[in-house]
Design a protein around this ligand. Structure first.
Ligand SMILES: C[S+](C)CC[C@H](N)C(=O)O
Ligand SMILES: N[C@@H](CCS)C(=O)O
Ligand SMILES: [Zn+2]
Length: 326
């Protein structure tokens, strides 16, 4: 049973014909529904404010063809919840809720889809999001990689450990480390997976601002060192970076790792961490995503989706493109 679980992500990729589809921007899709997430918890504030809206967004991505749902826990942390006056138990139950909402959406959707013979769907997997330490800081440091001199490996592991334990306990199919901006945090994630004997698959995704290195300026070669040595990490790649960097990054990652490559870029633009808003126009529209997704797949990406400011319609177009031309 244990080893079956470990293989779930690889099986999904195989069943999808070699390239699975993850969902699109979660927080920005909440905003499309009128959510106000200008908050230190960002989208995670909706675990308190309106859990049903979270489920609705998950359902929209399933309908659009996502094979993987990423949970609403990106910026959900125990210290973050504590800063809102919540107890540890309350914080832990909100983390559990993030997984439950996605599992419920998946189960509801799948029980109706499978009644329909010939439907285009596959039973989706639920990936518990673990946003970087920079995401928790809410100061844009997931795009700078600068955590300051006081942040060492132990501090990062201490920060991530309890949340990881609670999320794993809640029963997701896999773990998704998102917007990792430097080598130290990648190493912390790998060591935690090992120390906690995590037995579900995981991916680790980095951001980039120059299209070549991690935001810290460290090379991806250096950032991947610990990841490549660990059997606990199944896929590695990029999320929430501008889409025009993706093609060359897939080629770079192919030379640096044997892990499955995952890419889910944002639609372009720059995050203004003071105004808590995406600035500058999008670089890719939905059709650009559709066209480029087949190219990314042909270059070797095994999981493709979207991040901030991509929507269910982006995933719909991407999914049509990948399914038609596989
Ligand atoms: C991926 S960024 C857009 C998430 C939000 C950021 N951590 C903040 O709170 O400002
Ligand atoms: N899973 C998160 C990532 C933000 S960069 C979201 O889509 O909101
Ligand atoms: Zn994003």
């Amino acid at each position: 049973m244990k080893s079956e679980k470990r293989q779930m992500l690889h099986h999904l990729i195989e069943n999808a014909g070699g390239c699975a589809i993850t969902d699109g921007g979660f927080a920005t899709q909440l905003e499309k529904h009128g959510a106000s997430i200008n908050d230190s918890l960002w989208s995670a504030i909706y675990l308190i404010k309106d859990p049903n809206l979270i489920k609705q967004v998950h359902l929209e991505y399933l309908e659009a063809g996502a094979d993987i749902l990423v949970t609403s826990s990106y910026q959900a942390t125990l210290p973050g919840f504590a800063s809102k006056g919540l107890s540890i138990e309350e914080g832990e139950s909100l983390l559990e809720r993030s997984v439950k909402l996605a599992v419920e959406a998946r189960d509801t959707f799948w029980s109706s889809a499978k009644r329909n013979p010939g439907n285009k769907y596959r039973r989706a997997l639920v990936a518990a999001s673990i946003g970087s330490y920079g995401a928790y800081l809410a100061n844009g440091s997931e795009y700078s990689g600068c955590y300051g001199p006081d942040v060492d490996l132990k501090k990062l592991k201490d920060f991530h450990r309890r949340r990881l334990q609670v999320l794993v306990e809640a029963g997701p199919d896999l773990l998704a480390f998102e917007t990792i901006p430097n080598k130290l945090e990648a190493q912390a994630c790998v060591e935690l997976l090992e120390e906690e004997s995590v037995n579900i698959p995981s991916w680790i995704c980095f951001t980039t601002v120059d299209g070549e290195n991690a935001p810290s300026g460290e090379s991806f070669k250096d950032c991947l060192e610990a990841i490549n040595k660990s059997i606990k990490v199944d896929a590695v790649g990029i999320n929430c970076a501008p889409p025009h960097f993706i093609e060359s990054l897939i080629c770079t990652f192919k030379q640096l790792t044997k892990k499955a490559i995952i890419v889910y870029p944002n639609s372009g633009g720059v995050w203004d961490s003071k105004a808590k808003k995406w600035q500058l126009p999008k670089v890719f529209n939905d059709d650009d995503f559709g066209f480029n997704a087949t190219r990314w797949r042909d270059l070797g990406a095994k999981i493709i989706g979207g991040c901030c400011r991509t929507t269910p319609s982006t995933i719909q177009i991407l999914s049509n493109a990948l399914r038609e031309k596989s």
